[in-house]
Write a protein that binds this ligand. Structure first.
Ligand code: ZN
Length: 382
């Protein structure tokens, strides 16, 4: 049985999520505290930091890590509005979708200098496979790279300030100390930045991948970080963050949405850049009983746009569907670079499925519908 937050629809199986004595999760509490925040003061603090980092044409003012998604498009728009000259840096996704490429091109046309870094695809495919089969996360290399590569760019181009978007611990739930942290530290990355128990050093010792192939997944040395004075800040700490309004602003600036609601999600304006995301999100469902539709529904429940009951219906209908396609690409084609068949994939899925939270038959086997979809034992607390 899953226990859900009484205010949103997040189950307490989510790592780092806690329900308090009233049954309300820390992400809902964190959102509630936003009313107390003095946003005018925070904005002044931001302007002050940006002013101190202005290079007046001698170098770029800051690095903005961009995926081409709605949030990074919004970040770039805000930086340009404030008169900054950012260097935008993309660490490419593992299987970039056509619409993701269009949105990267759109972002460049906003009027910025832009660098794209693509780690070795042969090594990356190996890491996707290791991530999927060993820790149940196909996106391990991507989620490490989105943190390490902008920091490498900061050192390489000697631009100390890195502007990140939302601190995922703020609204998606995490320890209080992490949510209050507005500066990205090595410790934060190691704890929450998607490492999931698989360390870069393990890849050499256990899987025999030579260290020279792992440079994109590692930080520069402490000495280099200090020489440049690398500083990261989360824009969401200074400006109230909302995915939907970011999407609206991005769309008004040329950002393209998908032609329908994204598979396993409930909206068409995010998760548009990587065909592997469907697999990543599906494994969250297998392990913890929630996936992308739950994430998005919770954000909208907190903002009063849909009721909790609406969210439960949406989650039942859309969350955690078997990922036969992602952004219209068939599963077998997505698995091809990993040298994995759909049958083999299903075996890996079953291995990572938390059997306690899904319906099973009298022999204990998971009940799947004809499309391979599982049903949770409970979608609410009763
Ligand atoms: Zn909640």
């Amino acid at each position: 049985m899953l226990t859900y937050c009484k205010r949103c629809v997040m189950p307490d199986t989510k790592p780092d999520l806690h329900l308090d004595e009233e049954g309300v999760c820390n992400a809902c509490r964190s959102y509630e505290k936003r009313i107390e925040v003095d946003w005018d003061r925070r904005r002044m603090e931001l302007l002050d930091i940006l002013e101190r980092h202005r290079q007046h044409g001698s170098n770029w003012d800051c690095i903005v890590p961009v995926s081409g998604g709605k949030d990074s498009t919004y970040q770039v728009i805000r930086m340009l509005q404030l008169g900054l000259n950012p260097l935008c840096v993309t660490s490419t996704t593992c299987d970039l979708a056509e619409i993701g490429r269009q949105n990267i091109d759109n972002l460049k046309r906003l009027g910025v200098d832009y660098v794209e870094f693509s780690p070795n695809p042969q090594i990356r495919a190996k890491l996707n496979r290791i991530g999927l089969t060993e820790v149940g996360d196909i996106s391990w290399p991507e989620h490490v790279g989105i943190f390490t590569i902008p920091v490498r760019a900061s050192v390489q181009f000697n631009v100390p300030l890195i502007i990140q978007g939302e601190n995922p611990q703020n609204e998606f739930g995490g320890p209080a100390a992490a949510a209050e942290n507005n500066v990205l530290t090595r410790r934060w990355l190691e704890e929450f930045g998607g490492l999931l128990g698989l360390r870069v050093s393990d890849l050499t010792s256990t899987y025999g991948i030579e260290p020279k192939y792992l440079l994109p997944y590692q930080y520069p040395s402490d000495e280099e970080l200090q020489r440049v004075g690398v500083t990261c800040l989360f824009l969401g700490h200074y400006i109230p963050w909302d995915g939907l309004s970011n999407a609206l602003i991005a769309q008004a600036n040329g950002f393209t949405t998908f032609n329908k609601v994204v598979e396993g999600s409930m909206v068409n304006y995010e998760n548009l850049d990587n065909h592997q995301t469907g697999i990543h999100d599906y494994f969250k469902f297998l392990k913890f009983g929630f996936s992308r539709a739950t994430d998005i529904a919770c954000l909208h429940v907190r903002r009063g746009r849909i009721t909790r009951q609406d969210a439960i219906e949406i989650v039942k209908a859309r969350d955690g569907k078997f990922p036969w396609t992602c952004l219209d690409k068939p599963l077998k084609d997505i698995l091809e670079p990993l040298d994995m068949s759909v049958d083999e994939f299903i075996i890996v899925c079953d291995r990572f499925t938390n059997k306690k939270i899904f319906k099973r038959d009298s022999s204990g086997a998971l009940i799947k519908d004809r499309d391979g979809n599982l049903t949770k034992i409970n979608y609410d607390n009763q």
